[in-house]
Design a protein around this ligand. Structure first.
Ligand code: PLP
Length: 447
């Protein structure tokens, strides 16, 4: 980590309260301050280069050098830097972005509600779903069911939907959110057959609905692959069973696509990869390739038709819902993904290559498991290649590897004992080889 720019470091420590940070511990360490990025590389203030194995924060699926997106933002700022979408008006690009999103989404989605972030989009889901059931004359249907370890954002509502106990401890969450288990084969599978395990975990949803009463449950929300919780890829049987239960019990199904959307799993949306049909989809991050803040909810006809059938204002929205500069970035991002066939090409070549190369690390002495799909993966760090035994009882294995990886030019994230990586889809094979080589050095140093 660079020590060069002490003044920036001092200013940072003095004035900037970073998100998800231990403020006391943080003051005692240097801040990594990045000043430049190109393609898949980020550069700190001293010029040190790192491969960005996290695409920003699961955002820059197309990497950092996309002049068409920059140009679209800049043109938009020059023609109409801002106008709002309240009170019967909007901007041309906002409407065009809604259409662009609908065009790439599964057939049931013909409507979009814009927000600035994934957190606000998940808050919006709660408002939309409650209004939907109120209008249907089912006002008791208020409870949301989510999963332990899920991340759905950090506003009080989105944080309540999420399953991070550390967050829940710091505030009083919503009273109408319940959690069930996640299909984590590594920690929970035991001797069970994977397919059988997928069904078993999905049936926790049915049991929870029965316990709460179907008449009180509104929706189930989940990420197709749980990302921030450690890249938990469900068994193939999981999503079909979840989908069946939601349909059978009149529960809306929400796919949080904030990480999986826009190509990460090899399709436009994770729900398509896993073959299920949600009623609502949350998006953010890669929708603009991370270049502008934009989020939202894709709303199916089933829900939108009810919302628009009766009169009465939907009393929800944000000043920057559908911000023109963000929508211009989104349109340019979708254009590149579509015109250059980025997702299809990546799914045919770089994604399987990335997954196969990562799996060569399964034989490394401190790797207990490699899991992943498309352009997202996790390595479980464990003792003596045994997936069940922690590397060191008091220290998260992932954190140890992460420090060495950063020191050796690779940005990854740690989640407990796991190391998580989600590089841009525009990597070539040589760059994946370099990523694996740097990760291997980090593993060797940790072992
Ligand atoms: N949903 C998922 C699946 C996420 O991973 C995130 C952020 O990481 C969010 C929602 C929240 O998005 P934001 O940070 O834009 O509020």
């Amino acid at each position: 980590m660079s020590h060069n720019n002490t003044s920036l470091n001092t200013l940072d420590k003095t004035h900037f309260l970073h998100p998800f940070t231990d403020f006391k511990e943080y003051k005692a360490t240097d801040t990594a301050i990045y000043t430049k990025a190109e393609h898949i590389y980020i550069y700190d203030e001293a010029g040190k280069e790192l491969i960005d194995g996290m695409s920003g924060l699961w955002c820059c699926n197309l990497g950092y050098s996309q002049p068409k997106i920059n140009e679209a933002i800049s043109n938009q700022l020059n023609s109409l830097p801002f106008y709002n979408s309240f009170f019967q008006c909007t901007t041309d690009v906002t409407v065009k972005m809604a259409k662009a999103l609908v065009d790439i989404s599964p057939a049931q989605f013909n409507h979009v509600f814009f927000t600035n972030s994934g957190s606000e989009a998940n808050d919006t889901n709660i408002r939309l779903v409650h209004r939907y059931y109120d209008l249907l004359g089912k006002p008791s249907k208020k409870i949301f069911i989510s999963r332990h370890g899920a991340y759905h954002g950090s506003t009080i509502a989105a944080g309540s939907l999420g399953g991070f106990s550390g967050m829940h401890k710091q505030y009083t969450g919503l009273s109408y959110v319940e959690h069930i288990g996640q299909p984590n084969w590594f920690t929970e599978g035991g001797d069970m057959d994977k397919a059988e395990f997928g069904i078993k975990v999905a049936q926790e949803l049915a049991a929870k609905i029965d316990e709460l009463g179907e008449e009180n449950v509104a929706a189930f929300i989940a990420e197709p692959i749980q990302g921030a919780g450690g890249v938990i890829v469900p068994p193939e049987t999981y999503w079909p069973e979840i989908s069946r239960i939601c349909k059978e019990r009149d529960i809306l199904l929400i796919s949080d696509e904030v990480i999986c959307g826009f190509g990460r799993t090899g399709d436009w949306f994770g729900a398509q990869t896993f073959g299920f049909e949600p009623d609502l989809m949350t998006f953010a991050k890669a929708v603009t390739n991370g270049y502008q803040p934009l989020g939202g909810v894709l709303v199916s006809d089933k829900v939108a038709d009810v919302l628009s059938a009766d009169g009465g204002e939907f009393t929800h929205g944000f000043t920057y819902s559908g911000h023109p500069a963000a929508c211009a970035a989104g349109i340019a991002t979708i254009d590149i993904l579509k015109n250059d066939k980025v997702i299809e090409n990546a799914a045919a070549d770089i994604m399987p290559y990335f997954q196969a190369q990562l799996r060569t690390l399964e034989s490394h002495p401190i790797v207990g498991e490699v899991r992943g799909m498309g352009m997202v993966a996790a390595l479980e760090i464990a003792k003596n290649n045994s997936a069940k035994e922690r590397l060191a009882p008091d220290c998260a294995g992932g954190a140890m590897v992460k420090t060495h990886a950063i020191n050796h030019g690779l940005m990854v994230r740690s989640v407990g004992d796991a190391i998580v990586t989600a590089p841009p889809m525009v990597c070539n094979r040589e760059e994946i080889d370099l990523l694996i080589a740097r990760l291997t050095i980090a593993l060797d140093y940790t072992a």
